[in-house]
Design a protein around this ligand. Sequence first.
Ligand SMILES: Nc1ncnc2c1ncn2[C@@H]1O[C@H](COP(=O)(O)OP(=O)(O)OP(=O)(O)O)[C@@H](O)[C@H]1O
Ligand SMILES: [Mg+2]
Length: 281
Amino acid sequence: MAELTKESSHVAQEESQEPKPAKKPKPPKATVELGTPTVIVDNLHIVYKVYGAASDSQKGNAANALMRIVRRQGRPQMKEVHAVKGVSFVARHGEAIGIVGRNGSGKSTLLRAIAGLLPPHKGAVYTDGQPSLLGVNAALMKELTGERNIVLGCYAMGMSPGELRDKYDEIVDFSGIGEFVQFPMSTYSSGMGARLRFAISSAKTHDVLLIDEALATGDREFKKRSQKRIKQMRESAGTVFLVAHNLDVIEDTCSRVIWLHKGKIKMDGDPTEVLAAYNKA
Ligand SMILES: Nc1ncnc2c1ncn2[C@@H]1O[C@H](COP(=O)(O)OP(=O)(O)OP(=O)(O)O)[C@@H](O)[C@H]1O
Ligand SMILES: [Mg+2]
C-alpha cells in the first residue's frame, strides 16, 4: 500500500517537472502533532451503475432512439461511471486534509466512500472510529424548526439527553441564527441553514469529520468561526476532510491538500505547493 503522508509529499509523474512558483512567505501555521492513522484508503475504485442510460455505442442518435420506440424497446442498458480510480492515501490523527479538483473529479464520491455510504468496486477503506459526513444536504428536516432539528441532529449523532441539554445553547450561539431557531428551516437562507448544520455537527467531537462544501454558503464571519472549530477538532486529535471550491478556506484551514483529477490523485502534500500547481492548471 502506498503511504502518502505529509512528510512524503507525492506528486504524480506529469507534475514533477513543474517549476515551483515564487510565493510570498506565510506565517507558520500552528503545528499539530500527527498521530496514528485514522483513515487508510487502499487502491480505491468506486463505480456507479446508471440503469437506463445509453451505453457509449448507442449514444444520442435520433435514428436509434426512433428504432427503439418503434420496436417498443426500453433502455435496459446500463452505463458505468468510474468516479474514483485507484486512490490511495493515509490520513492521521490531527490532520485537516483539503480536497480540491474540478467539478466531477470525484471529491464527493471519495468522501461518501470514506463515510461508508458507497461500496468499493475494488480496493478498500479502513477507518478508526465512525466517520461523519457533513454535506450540503445533511439530514435535517426543512419543515421542522431549528430547535427541533438540533434535537434530531444531536440524537442522530448518538448524544444522550444530558449531553444535548449541555450543548444546546452552545449550538444556538455558534449558529448565530438568533430567534430564527424557532422558525422552520424552510424559512432560512442557504447560509443560515449551513450555519445550523455545521453548528450541530461540530457540537460533537468526531474521530473523522468529512465536510463537503458545507461551509460554502456562509459569510466571512461564519467562515472564520468554522475554521477555528476545525482547528480545535484537529487539536483534539480528530481528522477533518474538507472539500471546498474556495481555495482560501482550504489554504487557511488545512495542513495537507489532495488534488483529485478525473478520479485519480494528481498531487498530495503541502497546501501551498499543491494549490499553486492547481491554480496554474
Ligand atoms: N449518483 C451518481 N450516479 C452516477 N454517477 C454519479 C453519481 N454521483 C456522481 N456521479 C459521477 O461521478 C463522477 C464524480 O462525481 P462527484 O460528485 O464525486 O464529483 P465532485 O468532484 O464532487 O464534483 P463537484 O465539484 O461538482 O461537487 C462524475 O462523473 C459524476 O457524474
Ligand atoms: Mg461534490
